[in-house]
Design a protein around this ligand. Structure first.
Ligand SMILES: Cc1cc2nc3c(=O)[nH]c(=O)nc-3n(C[C@H](O)[C@H](O)[C@H](O)COP(=O)(O)OP(=O)(O)OC[C@H]3O[C@@H](n4cnc5c(N)ncnc54)[C@H](O)[C@@H]3O)c2cc1C
Length: 450
């Protein structure tokens, strides 16, 4: 080895940024999942991510990327391995036109969705996926599972990602895109970081639009009436979010309508808009425990404003926890009615019922655009029916979730997510083995490889 070769090898080994090898523990947002990696790293350059992947002795396998550690499921659990937290690689590098003539934003993997939404809003652009959660990072949602009721768009983030720069298992920096790599790219977006660590994405944008919302609370006499009205309301608006309170047979509806171009919430919508946003944010933070939500009508606003930031709660605080289940919309009445019966039986037995159920609607694309996991059933509409709790540590909630997994997955045929559905067992979810590189595959994800 020449002196020059030696220097390059030394530089490739050097990791700038935080490296903690003191066996510390790291927890998720709700505090109910934690992991003790051998090494925790916060890279500040792509070269750091590459050096970490290459240095097997200093950074033990598996190497698993994470962003904000919001996942409710143990997706980031990596005891004895290397936890690579991407939060400091969070620059937004600019708007450009890609090879297909699309207006795209170039953004680093650790960028949080709120920051990205505000940056785009200031430039009168948007990504149609504008979920409640502002803390999730771009890298996680580019290759993982998301849901929201989007206006004139599918309703999951990765649908808008058209190019990804990642570090592969050999530590090389690679670029993969829809126009150059076709199905390999679509598969990569279903890989949960098992195919490579995302460092940068190109995400398709469109001119910013405004939304009009009618919010209401309706009480029903039977679950059949509830599901019938839920479907009817979805048909009447452009996008519907519903929070269902099964024990009271009540629904909070946010019926969304397209309201034309615009990037700023009009003054005429204030102070109602801000009051609604703050109440909704607090309700989600607290897992819908004891928070009153106002019912504004005809509220016109920028949805970017409703992408929210949540404080990291203490373990003693009420805080959101949930389970995610995807069903075809044709199953809605059955799912609501049988879930109502199941929840009633469970409440009579244990005294526990979830605080509410979130219903989102997602438009599924052609199967080749979403080959695996959620929304991979080919064209159609999916809805989620997700139980919500305000205490992830409550043993009865955990028992409820385990038993409901059986009903939802086995009986209803629901699709579930390894990062958004807890207590999954082998066979509940399948990730193709060929997407997973040994360097990146944790014991948790290994169980789901088929
Ligand atoms: C209060 C709250 C509200 C929420 N609201 C919503 C909502 O409205 N809609 C919704 O869809 N979800 C929601 N979620 C769930 C959350 O958005 C997802 O779990 C999201 O993936 C979390 O992003 P993160 O950056 O925290 O990921 P992390 O938990 O840090 O990582 C999750 C997994 O993503 C992968 N990953 C992370 N970074 C990378 C990378 N750079 N390259 C490759 N793989 C990577 C890894 O497999 C990792 O294990 C909510 C969660 C909470 C706690």
């Amino acid at each position: 080895m020449t002196h020059h070769d030696h220097r390059i090898a030394e530089e490739a080994r050097l990791v700038e940024g935080l490296v903690v090898a003191e066996g510390k523990s790291y927890s998720n947002w709700g505090g109910h999942r934690s992991t003790r990696p051998a090494v925790y790293v916060e890279p500040i350059r792509y070269a750091d991510v590459q050096a970490v992947v290459r240095d097997v002795a200093r950074f033990p396998t598996p190497v698993n990327p994470a962003g904000s550690l919001l996942s409710v499921a143990p997706a980031f659990v990596n005891d004895g391995g290397t936890l690579v937290c991407m939060r400091k690689l969070d620059e937004i590098l600019g708007v450009e036109t890609d090879a297909r003539g699309r207006t795209v934003v170039r953004v680093q993997a650790g960028c949080r969705l709120k920051k990205l939404n505000m940056w785009l809003q200031a430039r009168r652009l948007e990504i149609p996926f504008q979920a409640e959660i502002g803390e999730a990072t771009v890298g996680s949602v580019a290759v993982g599972d998301t849901k929201e009721s989007s206006l004139d768009a599918p309703g999951y983030f990765s649908a808008h990602v058209v190019e990804i720069t990642y570090v592969d298992e050999a530590g090389a920096l690679r670029v993969i895109s829809d126009h150059a790599d076709g199905s390999a790219f679509q598969e990569f977006k279903c890989s949960f970081g098992l195919s490579g660590i995302v460092v940068e994405c190109l995400v398709e944008t469109r001119p910013a639009t405004l939304c009009r919302s009618d919010v209401s609370i309706i009480v029903y006499e039977t679950p059949a009436q509830l599901s019938e009205d839920l479907l009817a309301r979805r048909g009447r608006c452009d996008a519907l979010l519903a929070i269902v309170f099964l024990d009271r047979l009540a629904c909070v509806y946010d019926e969304r309508f397209q309201a034309g171009p615009g990037s700023v919430t009009p003054e005429s919508s204030q102070p109602q808009c801000e009051a609604f946003r703050a109440a909704k944010r607090l309700a989600i933070q607290r897992g819908f425990d004891g928070v009153e939500v106002p019912q504004p009508k005809g509220l016109v606003y920028s949805r970017a404003d409703f992408v929210n930031e949540y404080w990291r709660p203490e373990r003693s605080e009420k805080r959101l926890d949930f389970q995610y289940y995807e069903h075809d919309v044709s199953q809605l009445a059955r799912v609501v009615e049988e879930t109502y019966a199941f929840t009633g039986d469970f409440a009579r037995e244990t005294g526990f019922a979830p605080n509410g159920w979130a219903a989102y609607f997602v438009r599924r694309p052609r199967a080749e655009l979403k080959p695996f996991g959620l929304y991979s059933g080919g064209p159609g509409v999916s809805f989620s029916f997700d139980p919500i709790s305000s205490d992830p540590d409550e043993p009865r909630w955990r028992e409820f979730s385990r038993r409901y997994n059986e009903l939802a997955i086995r009986t209803f045929g629901a699709r579930v997510s390894p990062i958004q559905t807890q207590w999954l067992k082998k066979g509940d979810v399948a990730i193709p083995r060929r997407l997973a590189r040994p360097r990146f595959t944790t014991a948790y994800f290994a169980e789901f490889l088929e």
